[in-house]
Design a protein around this ligand. Structure first.
Ligand code: CP
Length: 381
């Protein structure tokens, strides 16, 4: 189906019909019909190996171009100049929000944001569907974080039916998915392993049941060969059956373990996550005093000695006590979570550029300053 046919057909599909579709059917309504790259970005399964490679390459090109502080910065800003983005965040965020804003600004978009739904007409009873349709009257891109797992999907469904079919990006949907964090993580692995992500063992530790970053990253493993996953979590926060089923269907071996220390030396990448106690029910409602993490699921400073020389320690952040405080400032080049969050900005630049079909211009760009490779006088990006 081309985009005209998608619009025509999407107009007749009810929300219940859309929500009940199988993933591969939904992707037809979400990806660009010409390139098969995502147009709406709802879940990680929309990405294939080619689209992930393309995004990583564009992120690299964008960083290099940006080193040319005169021509390069101007070139990037010209790409989406005159377009507008709305960032609608109904849950707290620091790095996803800021990295999207910075990415949009880098590409020359002007930015609107709503971070407190009580200031929008949702507070007067407007439905999510009508709010999304209204936002699309003013902007060319929506980025949305929402506690309801289906809210962004519903937004995509509404936009597909409307005569202003602008793209919508999931910036975190309840306990379900955080696809742009998964892109950040893949780009970080790509950079850490010189573009060779295949044949890696990844240890994921923490709240694997409610951690949407772990779920989204697990789905992306289908795009690489010979990946192995080790899940380490408290018994009540184990990875859910749907992810295990997915891994089995794609022949991705996984193991479950109960003690991080035993797995550290096996890993190419250790992916730590916070206990997501904002979702707790019952006796832990006072989120101001988080419970200390069980030491079995904590990365202690001495574990740096157990890590392989070329392994990396990742975290989507924010972190709490699941990593010893000193690890973050240990000046060990394997501790990469600060670089990971910086990578998140550049991969979002790449994603937005691809959504707006600007991919080719990154490979045609030729105006480099003499000393761009060294960062010149402009420093690191
Ligand atoms: N990784 C991540 O989603 O961080 P924020 O909640 O700060 O956006």
């Amino acid at each position: 189906m081309n985009s005209q046919e998608i619009k025509k057909k999407a107009h007749k599909i009810s929300w219940l019909e859309f929500a009940a579709m199988e993933e591969r059917e939904k992707i037809i309504f979400l990806n660009n019909s010409h390139t098969n790259n995502p147009f709406h970005v709802l879940f990680s399964q929309q990405f294939n190996r080619a689209s992930l490679n393309l995004l990583c390459q564009i992120a690299e090109r964008a960083r290099d171009i940006n080193k040319n502080k005169k021509e390069g910065v101007k070139f990037l800003r010209g790409l989406l100049s005159g377009t507008h983005a709305l960032n609608l965040f109904s849950q707290p965020s620091t790095r996803t929000f800021l990295s999207f804003e910075t990415a949009q600004e880098t590409l020359g978009m002007s930015i609107r944001d709503i971070r407190d739904p009580s200031t929008s007409s949702e507070a007067k009873g407007e439905t999510l569907e009508d709010s999304v349709r209204t936002f699309s009257s003013y902007v060319d891109l929506m980025v949305m974080r929402h506690p309801d797992e289906r809210a962004v999907e519903k937004g995509a469904w509404v936009l597909n039916k409307s005569d202003r079919r602008i793209p919508i990006i999931n910036a975190g949907s309840g306990k379900d998915q955080h696809p742009t964090q998964a892109l950040t993580d893949i780009y970080t692995l790509y950079k850490s392993f010189n573009g060779q992500i295949d044949d890696r063992t990844i240890v994921m530790c923490g709240d694997l049941k409610r951690g949407r970053t772990v779920r989204s990253l697990s789905y992306l493993m289908k795009n690489y060969h010979d990946m192995k996953l080790i899940f380490v979590s408290p018994p009540h926060l184990k990875i859910k059956e749907d992810i295990k089923d997915f891994l089995q269907r794609h022949n991705i071996p996984y193991w479950e373990a109960d003690n991080l220390k035993e797995t550290v030396s096996l890993a190419d990448a250790i992916y730590m996550t916070r206990i997501q106690d904002e979702w707790d029910e019952g006796d832990n409602q006072d989120k101001k005093v988080p419970r200390p993490v069980d030491p079995k699921y904590k990365f202690k400073k001495e574990y740096l000695k157990l890590m392989r020389k070329d392994a990396v320690l990742m975290h989507p952040l924010p972190k709490r006590d699941e990593i010893d405080e000193e690890v973050g400032y240990a000046r060990d080049k394997r501790v990469i979570f600060w670089r990971q969050e910086r990578n998140g900005m550049w991969i979002r630049v790449a994603l937005i550029a691809v959504i707006f079909r600007k991919e080719e211009v990154f490979f045609k760009y030729t105006t480099w300053p003499e000393n761009w490779r060294k960062g010149g006088k402009n420093g690191r990006t």
